[in-house]
Design a protein around this ligand. Structure first.
Ligand SMILES: [Zn+2]
Length: 633
C-alpha cells in the first residue's frame, strides 16, 4: 500500500514536470499546508496572480520618465516571485500574465539594447535608471531560467536571455570602463553608488549562464567601484576595519549636509547596501568556480559580507527580526523599545532574508536560518495584509498597521512589489535536498520530496516527519539556537547528541513510514531594555492587541523582571477568531498600585503573536510589544 502511495506521488511529480509546471525551482519541491500554506495560497492568488501585468509594463512602453523615479523596478521584482509561484501553484492565469509581460518587455527594447523609461539624456545618470535595469535583467533571467525547461517556450527563453545580454551590453558601452557617457557606474544613482552597483548580482548571473568573459570582466569593474573610490560604497575596507553598518558614513559625508547630499553620498541605506553584498557573494562564488581572480581579494570580499551581516544581527535586528528606521541603519537593536519613524521597511526585511539565505548556502551555518525564521514569522508576516493582497511599507513594533505608499504615481510601491519575494526565502530554504542529504531548516506542515511533515510549529513545539523513501540518506535537522534542550526521537527511540544552533544528522537506511519526532524547548522569555520589557516564545515575539483583554497597554510592569528570565506561567489559550494565529496568557505583575491587598495581585494578560497583532489594518486596532517597567528612584 505504501509503495503504491509513494509511486503515485512520484508519478504526479513527473506529470507536473512534463506539463512544465514545476519549472525547476526549489520551491516546487515543497507543498506548504496549514496556517502558512493558507497564507501563501492567499498571497499567490490575491497578489501575484492578481497583478495587472499591463499596468506594471506600461512605463517601459510609454518611456515618459523625467523625474529620476523607479517605475522600472516593479516588473523584475514581480518576475522573481511569479516564476517560482507558477511552479508552485500552476495557475494558468499567472502563466498567461507572465507571457504577456515578456511580450511587452521584449517589444519595448530599443535597437541600442535599452529597456527602460528614461529619455536618452537622463539615462544611466542620477536617479534610479541603473537600479531599474538591474531588476529588468533579473526579470529576464528569471523567465529564461524557468521557461528553458519547457519545450514550447524554449525559444522564448533564449530570446529573453538574449534581451538581457543586449541590455547589459548597452550598460557596458555607456558606463562601463570605457563608457561613452564618461562617468563610472558607481557615480550614478544614489547612496554612494550602492543602488547602481547592486546591478552586480544579475551581471554575475548573466556570466554564469553565458560563460562570456566580458560579463565577468564587467562584474570585476563593478566590484572595483564598490571597494576603491573614497566616496564610493567602500563595502570592503570599512567592513574589515570593523566599522558598524550604521557608522559607515564617515568618509565623504557631512552630518549637517542637505538632504540631496545625504541621498547621494550616504552609506546607511540598508536595502541597497545588502543588495550589494548579495551580488558580491555571487561574484566570489562565480570566480571561485571558474578559478579566476585574486584569491586574497575574494576572501576579503566574502569576509566583509559576513562581518557586515554579523554586525546587523548584533546591532540592528530587533526581537521581530526587523531593522532600520527610515530604511537606514541606526544601531536600532539597543533602542528598539522606543518609537521610531518608518520602522522595518518591507524591502529591507525581504532583502535581509535573501542575504541570510545566501549566507546559509555559503557557510552552512544554522544561525542564518535562525535569522530567516525570526524575521519571517514576525516582521515579514506582520507586513503582509491578512488577505495577502499587499504589504505595508513600514511595520512599527507598537502602533497600528496600514497601507504602504503609492510610488511614482502608481498604485503600488517598492514594498508591495518586494513582498512576495520574501516568502520565497522561507519556502526555498524550508527543505533542501541533494543526492546524499536532505535538510530541514524550518518546521511546518508540508509535503516535501521524500518526506511529509506534520506540525503546528511555532504555535506548538513539536514536529513529526514521516519518511516516504527507502535507502541511504542523511537527514539533517536544524536545531534552533534558542532551543536549549531539544529532543529528537526516531521510531520511538530517543537519539543522543542534539545541540542548539547546529544541525543534527540522522544517517541511515530509510524505510517507508519511519517517523522522526522533534520536540523543541520553547519557554516564554522576558527581555529587558532600559526599564521596558518584551516577551518571546521560541522565534515568536509577543504583542498585546486592542482586540484582546481590556487592560491598558500603558500600565507599567512592576520591578523585578530580569532580562532572560523564563516566565513559567504562560499558557496557550483559545483564540476568539481566526484573526489570530496564536494566543498565550499569564498572570503578570502589572499596575500602578501595589500598596493595598487588591492592587498587589497580578492581572491576567493575553498576548498574541506579533504578526497577528493589528492585522485588521483598522486605525482603532492598535498593539504593543515593549511595555514600561516602573521606576523606583
Ligand atoms: Zn520598499
Amino acid at each position: 500500500m505504501r509503495k503504491v502511495e509513494s509511486a503515485m506521488r512520484n508519478l504526479s511529480l513527473a506529470v507536473m514536470v512534463a506539463a512544465g509546471m514545476l519549472w525547476g525551482t526549489a520551491s516546487a519541491q515543497v507543498r506548504l499546508k496549514g496556517y502558512l500554506g493558507d497564507r501563501l495560497d492567499q498571497m499567490i492568488e490575491h497578489h501575484v496572480v492578481g497583478t495587472d501585468i499591463d499596468y506594471l509594463t506600461a512605463p517601459f512602453i510609454e518611456k515618459t520618465e523625467r523625474k529620476n523615479w523607479w517605475h522600472t523596478e516593479f516588473w523584475g521584482k514581480y518576475m522573481h516571485s511569479a516564476m517560482p509561484y507558477l511552479g508552485y501553484a500552476g495557475s494558468q492565469k499567472l502563466k498567461v500574465n507572465i507571457e504577456r509581460g515578456i511580450d511587452r518587455i521584449l517589444a519595448s527594447q530599443e535597437p541600442c539594447g535599452y529597456i527602460g523609461n528614461y529619455p536618452d539624456e537622463l539615462r544611466l545618470g542620477e536617479g534610479w535608471d541603473v537600479w531599474g535595469i538591474k531588476y529588468t535583467m533579473m526579470g529576464l533571467i528569471y523567465y529564461s531560467d524557468g521557461a528553458k525547461g519547457d519545450l514550447v517556450l524554449a525559444t522564448r527563453a533564449a530570446a529573453a536571455l538574449n534581451a538581457c545580454r543586449k541590455l547589459c551590453d548597452y550598460v557596458i558601452a555607456e558606463i562601463g570602463p570605457e563608457g561613452k557617457r564618461g562617468r563610472e557606474l558607481w557615480q550614478t544613482g544614489n547612496w554612494s553608488g550602492y543602488a547602481s552597483s547592486s546591478i552586480l548580482e544579475p551581471v554575475v548571473w548573466l556570466y554564469n549562464r553565458t560563460g562570456e568573459k566580458k560579463y565577468l570582466d564587467f562584474a570585476s569593474y563593478i566590484v572595483r567601484g564598490m571597494i576603491e573610490p573614497r566616496q564610493g560604497p567602500r563595502l570592503c575596507d570599512l567592513a574589515l576595519a570593523g566599522v558598524s553598518v550604521a557608522d559607515r558614513n564617515e568618509s565623504g559625508y557631512r552630518k549637517d549636509a542637505a538632504w540631496q547630499y545625504v541621498c547621494k553620498y550616504g552609506r546607511s541605506k540598508a536595502y541597497e547596501m545588502m543588495s550589494c553584498y548579495q551580488g558580491l557573494l555571487d561574484y566570489v562564488l562565480a570566480c571561485q568556480k571558474s578559478q579566476i581572480g585574486d584569491q586574497e581579494l575574494l576572501g576579503k570580499l566574502r569576509r566583509a559580507a559576513i562581518l557586515s551581516a554579523e554586525n546587523i544581527v548584533r546591532e540592528e535586528i530587533n526581537l521581530a527580526g526587523g531593522c532600520t528606521s527610515s530604511e537606514a541603519w541606526f544601531h536600532g537593536a539597543k533602542k528598539q523599545h522606543l518609537p521610531y519613524l518608518h520602522l522595518q521597511e518591507t524591502c529591507v526585511i525581504t532583502t535581509w532574508m535573501r542575504l541570510c539565505g545566501k549566507l546559509l548556502s555559503i557557510t552552512g551555518e544554522a544561525k542564518w536560518a535562525d535569522e530567516i525564521e525570526r524575521t519571517f514569522y514576525n516582521a515579514y508576516l506582520a507586513a503582509m495584509k491578512a488577505d495577502g493582497s499587499e504589504f505595508a511599507g513600514y511595520t512599527p513594533l507598537s502602533g497600528n498597521r496600514y497601507h504602504g505608499q503609492h510610488h511614482c504615481y502608481m498604485h503600488t510601491d517598492c514594498c508591495t512589489a518586494n513582498g512576495p519575494r520574501g516568502f520565497l526565502c522561507f519556502l526555498d530554504n524550508l527543505f533542501v535536498r541533494d543526492n546524499s542529504a536532505a535538510t530541514f531548516n524550518f518546521y511546518a506542515s508540508a509535503l516535501v520530496d521524500g518526506f511529509d511533515m506534520y506540525s503546528l510549529y511555532p504555535r506548538e513545539n513539536y514536529a513529526r516527519i514521516v519518511s516516504h523513501i527507502t535507502g541511504q540518506l542523511e537527514l539533517r535537522l536544524r536545531i534552533p539556537g534558542w532551543s536549549r534542550q531539544t529532543s529528537v526521537v526516531l521510531n520511538g527511540k530517543a537519539l543522543e547528541g542534539v545541540e542548539p544552533g547546529m544541525y543534527f544528522t540522522i544517517a541511515r537506511d530509510w524505510q517507508l513510514g519511519d517517523i522522526v519526532e522533534i520536540t523543541f524547548d520553547m519557554p516564554v522569555v522576558a527581555h529587558v531594555l532600559e526599564h521596558n520589557v518584551a516577551f518571546t516564545r521560541g522565534p515568536i515575539l509577543f504583542a498585546r492587541d486592542s482586540r484582546l483583554d481590556a487592560g491598558d497597554f500603558t500600565e507599567p510592569f512592576r520591578r523585578g523582571i530580569r532580562d532572560g528570565q523564563v516566565i513559567e506561567s504562560f499558557h496557550p489559550v483559545r483564540a476568539a477568531s481566526d484573526d489570530f494565529w496564536m494566543q498565550f496568557a499569564a498572570v503578570l505583575p502589572v499596575g500602578a498600585h501595589n500598596e493595598n491587598p487588591e492592587g498587589a495581585h497580578g492581572s491576567m494578560l493575553t498576548f498574541c503573536d506579533y504578526a497577528s497583532a493589528g492585522n485588521s489594518w483598522h486605525r482603532d486596532n492598535y498593539y504593543r510589544t515593549w511595555f514600561p517597567i516602573e521606576l523606583a528612584p
